[in-house]
Design a protein around this ligand. Structure first.
Ligand code: NIG
Ligand code: FE
Length: 432
């Protein structure tokens, strides 16, 4: 048993209303934000490392007697909050695509490059050529990079293999990396990321392969708990995505979807019909689809680094309209070599604040409690007794600082499953 004491403790209560208007004066915005993050000034968290759970959360002065002993270890920090969750990444990839980045900035669009057989398909060539061992070996340092930012749960999709063996290889790389890293890896099957070159002229055969072979193998071998589809112009149609997600669901995989990134082709409505956990991207999502998401409880996962990286800031996801409608809004990096070559979740907070006009608390909820909902997880994302003891501690004058000072991690310490797994020189740690 040990204690974390924080000048600002952000509990991220799941049930606070998030659809209230943002006031215009600073004090009122701050009050609303303090409610949204469940702020406790001078707060304490009691952690039981044997059960890996939080025992108690509340004001330091109100901690129960049994937690007042001087002999208890203590970690003191400025800002403590639930471990961050990056709920949408493509972190298993081989090679890199800086040549395309150059081409895009010289005028070619993402879809033109994809349709000419490049883009995702370039990463497919590289992944197919890579061994399981090398994929695992490149994934581990990427995960550790995330951990150093305070990330304790990292979703990772397959989708650069596009054969039965190469999709399974990608998911196995995640499974093999998992015991080596102090972070939960959440694998997601994305066999329908693109139609591979060998099936270009008979895409139905590829979809059959996804449904008849890949999904059953992934489910049987318990290599993923989720199934995703890139449902967009130039990728898979809504009908194709429905078939794939339904097949996944029949095999126990929770549906998620890449929707409305390039165009609205009906992906969101389909995702609502099928009961997807989340719809991700949403740059072209309109009012009807937003209302459908609110009704169906589909979480919006927004990834503004993509807009910055592809130069498409003229089409931003309707973050405020989603919040106003009562949707949960999560944020993620979308870390991938083609459309968002970054793992920097702190930069995502800044982009969401400046591009979507979210408040600091809205950005921080989006990478904790809302991100947990995008993964349908109820034991992470907020600080409550009984939750898994995943805690991110930051060295910062105020929690507002996290979206504000971007480009470097402010991490003081990271606790994963009750264990101190990372700390920096700024940390005031007295834990054995
Ligand atoms: O989420 N949009 C589809 N998939 C990825 C991009 C993958 C890639 O270009 O390699 C995304 O943006
Ligand atoms: Fe993605």
């Amino acid at each position: 048993m040990y204690l974390v004491r924080a000048r600002q403790l952000l509990t991220m209560p799941p049930s606070v209303p998030t659809d209230t208007p943002v006031p215009s004066d600073a004090e009122a915005i701050q009050d609303r934000d303090d409610q949204l993050v469940g702020l406790i000034e001078d707060g304490a968290i009691v952690i039981d490392e044997t059960t890996e759970t939080i025992q108690w959360v509340g004001p330091w002065n109100e901690r129960p007697k049994k937690f007042r002993k001087d002999s208890l270890d203590l970690l003191e920090t400025d800002v403590a909050m639930p471990g961050l969750i990056d709920c949408h990444t493509h972190a298993v990839f081989a090679g890199e695509r800086s040549r395309e980045f150059m081409l895009r900035n010289a005028g070619q669009s993402y879809v033109e490059i994809l349709e000419a057989g490049g883009g995702i398909l370039n990463s497919v060539d590289a992944l197919r050529a890579a061994s399981l061992q090398s994929l695992t070996a490149t994934l581990i340092p990427r995960v550790l990079h995330s951990v150093r930012q305070g990330i304790t749960t990292l979703e990772i999709k397959s989708g650069y293999g596009l054969t039965v063996d190469d999709e399974l290889k990608s998911l196995r790389a995640i499974a093999n990396a998992a015991p080596e890293v102090p972070c939960e890896l959440v694998p997601c099957f994305l066999g329908a990321h693109a139609v591979p070159r060998e099936h270009r002229d008979h895409r139905d055969r590829y979809i059959d392969l996804v449904c008849d072979q890949m999904i059953p193998a992934v489910a049987d071998q318990q290599l993923a708990g989720y199934c995703d589809v890139f449902c967009d112009r130039g990728a898979f149609t809504a009908d194709e995505a429905r078939r794939i997600l339904q097949t996944g669901k029949d095999h126990g995989l929770i549906p998620r979807i890449h929707a409305d990134e390039i165009a609205d082709i009906g992906a969101v409505q389909m995702a609502c019909d099928i009961g997807a956990a989340s719809a991700d991207h949403l740059e072209h999502t309109g009012p009807e689809a937003i209302a459908a998401m609110a009704d169906a409880g589909v979480v919006a996962v927004l990834m503004p680094a993509v807009n910055l990286f592809l130069g498409t800031t003229d089409h931003l996801a309707p973050a405020r309209a989603l919040l106003d409608a009562g949707c949960d809004v999560a944020l993620a990096t979308d870390f991938n070599p083609g459309s968002a070559m970054t793992q920097d979740l702190g930069a995502i907070l800044m982009l969401a604040a400046t591009l979507y006009k979210l408040t600091p608390a809205e950005t921080l909820r989006a990478v904790t409690v809302a991100a947990a909902r995008a993964l349908r997880r109820d034991n992470i994302g907020s600080l409550q007794a009984g939750h898994r003891a995943d805690i991110a501690c930051f060295n910062a004058p105020h929690y507002r600082y996290l979206p504000y000072h971007f480009g470097q991690a402010h991490t003081d310490a990271v606790i994963y499953r009750g264990n101190l797994v990372y700390w920096t020189d700024s940390a005031d740690v007295e834990i054995d």
